[in-house]
Design a protein around this ligand. Structure first.
Ligand SMILES: Nc1ncnc2c1ncn2[C@@H]1O[C@H](COP(=O)(O)OP(=O)(O)OP(=O)(O)O)[C@@H](O)[C@H]1O
Length: 591
């Protein structure tokens, strides 16, 4: 095969030593009133004890920045050191945490006179890649940098570069990289590009005046920067790293903020997600098997920054005034427990055919931290074989071989003639193999279910052709199919018999009762149906007209993989069925 067409190959991940989350605390200058906290040295501080005002409690962090510290100090002391990992293909993230009005936005964004972490980091990343490509060894490498910018507002993921009200989905690929299909990504060739995209986007972030801050952030803002390093000549190695810069919304004590109405609702969402963040840190510290990343959008998005694959820095911002006392204490306690979180950064390199993966394209197979993609394919068994992770294909082939060896009549392994110890080991290996194979088969079934639902979403073609069905069938992982039986593939038999039903649904023939109902009743019944589709158990779904066991399972599988449905089929017209065309279009586009 010419190298040009060779599929991407993933090398095993190269793990770095475990890295503790680095935690620093920044104290903002005191406004009115007496301070309740003061620094002791470059790592420690003390705060008045709530039990006894004559006593203090001491805290130690990686770094403590007093109220005289400059933006430059914070950046060079805590942020700059982690950026070098980006060129090694490892992820990094910086997160500003703290109560409202304590200086998070000042630290991350700053002002034209005192630029914060974000502009400084972008300037340096651009500079670093320029220098690396000009160095004598760098001649063989191309670098590309791109950015995306989003906010999480009231549990909705909103694009700040191309603002709309669409709540973007958060997905995870099989290598646990977090993806946001549909999120805009802009290429950055210089700092001018960054300013051109970032400044107007920052104005799109939701801010409002509260009693504690005139310009209080009402959302968590996340800037994602992707750094891709590709080798010009064969073997075309490619490393991708992600820098995640996060300005969290501040926790708010609503007895003091005086928030009402919308502000109170926003505050509820902010506090709830910060509470989940705290639970995530607790779960990681206790080594629990279930870390509640999925309990909020924020933690889902931060999954690879906390306890994941990134070099992470938390900047805990605190305010010195006494009326911030309990907020400060909570922040310090969060910061103290975050110190114990250990991340496992790794580098993964891909061998990539030149020109295959430009900015915005996703290489399947688990590039470390490849997070944002406006064109990532939905996870589906319909990926052509050459796009499947080669390790998986190899594994399947090996398993298939073993399965054949142990499964075929008259082909049993000569276990009886093997010495006892080896026999036990062999049997154990076979058992493991069987379990693994079972898992893979289940996964494949799941993917087939998704593929089936994908198909159901496509508008019905005017002229029926069998070609698409064949193409899909071909793309299903081959070794497993072969393992299914001796009949071999039957070209006349659709691999997905349920398609007929789905096609019918996709055609959207309005049932007569819908046409007769009053519009308000119809709308209500559709709302109920949507709630049932999104929350119903398999049993409840089966209670629906024309939904049997299989269809209920398909709906559950879809829900699990793609999140809640946003619409039910409209009563008439030519839309694509259960999944609205726009939504489907977004997903298809993401593919
Ligand atoms: N280190 C600092 N030096 C000077 N001024 C500061 C500093 N930190 C914060 N400020 C000022 O304090 C005010 C509140 O800061 P900022 O808006 O950054 O708080 P925040 O933590 O982002 O609040 P919220 O969570 O409500 O968005 C701003 O006017 C900011 O300029």
């Amino acid at each position: 095969m010419p190298s040009q067409q060779r599929p991407s190959l993933a090398e095993p991940r190269r793990a770095s030593p475990p890295a503790h989350v680095r935690v620093c605390v920044r104290l903002r200058p005191c406004g009115q009133g007496d301070p309740c906290i003061r620094g002791l040295d470059s790592r420690s501080l003390e705060i008045i004890s709530w039990r006894n005002k004559m006593e203090t409690m001491q805290y130690h962090f990686d770094t403590f920045y007093g109220d005289q510290a400059t933006q430059h100090d914070i950046y060079t002391g805590s942020v700059q050191p982690v950026l070098c990992h980006l060129l090694e293909g490892q992820n990094a993230s910086v997160l500003a945490y703290g109560p409202t009005g304590a200086g998070k936005t000042h630290t991350m964004l700053g002002s034209p006179e005192q630029p914060g972490v974000i502009p400084r980091a972008l300037r340096d990343v651009l500079q670093m890649t320029r220098e690396a490509s000009c160095s004598p060894r760098g001649e063989e490498w191309d670098y590309s940098i791109s950015m995306s910018y989003l906010e999480i507002y009231q549990e909705k993921v909103l694009d700040l570069l191309e603002p709309s009200q669409q709540d973007l989905p958060i997905r995870e690929d099989r290598d646990r990289n977090i993806l946001i299909p549909g999120l805009t990504e802009r290429e950055l060739r210089g700092f001018g590009d960054f300013e051109r995209h970032f400044l107007p986007a920052s104005r799109n972030r939701t801010v409002a005046s509260t009693q504690l801050n005139d310009r209080s952030s009402r959302s968590h803002a996340v800037l994602l920067v992707r750094v891709v390093r590709s080798q010009r000549a064969p073997p075309h190695r490619r490393r991708v790293a992600k820098l995640c810069l996060i300005d969290l919304a501040g926790s708010e004590d609503n007895r003091r903020t005086g928030n009402r109405g919308l502000r109170l609702k926003e505050s509820g969402a902010i506090n709830a997600s910060l509470h989940v963040l705290s639970k995530v840190v607790d779960a990681l510290n206790q080594g629990l098997s279930r870390v509640p990343y999925r309990d909020s959008k924020l933690t889902r998005l931060l999954q690879d920054s906390l306890g994941g694959s990134a070099h992470s820095v938390i900047i805990a911002n605190v305010a010195p005034e006494q009326h911030f006392y309990f907020d400060t204490l909570r922040t310090l306690n969060f910061a103290a427990k975050s110190k114990q979180v250990v991340n496992r950064p790794f580098t993964q390199e891909m061998l990539q055919a030149p020109g295959k993966a430009g900015p915005g394209e996703v290489v399947w197979g688990g590039v470390a931290g490849l997070m944002v993609s406006s064109s990532s394919p939905p996870p589906s068994s319909l990926l052509p074989l050459e796009q499947l992770d080669p390790r998986l294909v190899q594994r399947l082939l090996g398993l298939e071989q073993l399965e054949k060896q142990q499964g075929g009549a008259g082909q049993r392994l000569p276990l009886l003639s093997t010495p006892r110890r080896e026999r036990v080991a062999l049997l154990r290996q076979l058992e493991e193999t069987r379990r693994e194979l079972q898992k893979l088969k289940e996964r494949q079934k799941e993917l087939e279910a998704v593929a089936l639902l994908d198909k159901a979403c496509q508008p019905k073609p005017l002229h029926h052709s069998k070609a698409p069905a064949r193409a899909r069938k071909q793309a299903v992982v081959l070794p497993l199919q072969q393992g299914k039986g001796a009949q071999g593939p039957n070209p006349d038999r659709t691999p997905f018999p349920e398609l007929e039903w789905n096609q019918e649904w996709a055609e959207n023939r309005a049932p007569a009762w819908e046409l007769l109902l009053r519009p308000d009743l119809l709308a209500r019944s559709r709302e109920n149906l949507l709630a049932l589709l999104n929350q119903g158990s398999a049993k409840e779904l089966r209670a629906l007209h024309r939904i049997g066991e299989k269809r209920a399972r398909l709906i559950l599988a879809w829900r699990q993989l793609y999140g809640p449905f946003s619409q039910v089929p409209p009563p008439s017209g030519r839309t694509s069925g259960l999944f609205p065309e726009s939504e489907w279009g977004g997903r298809a586009g993401a593919g």
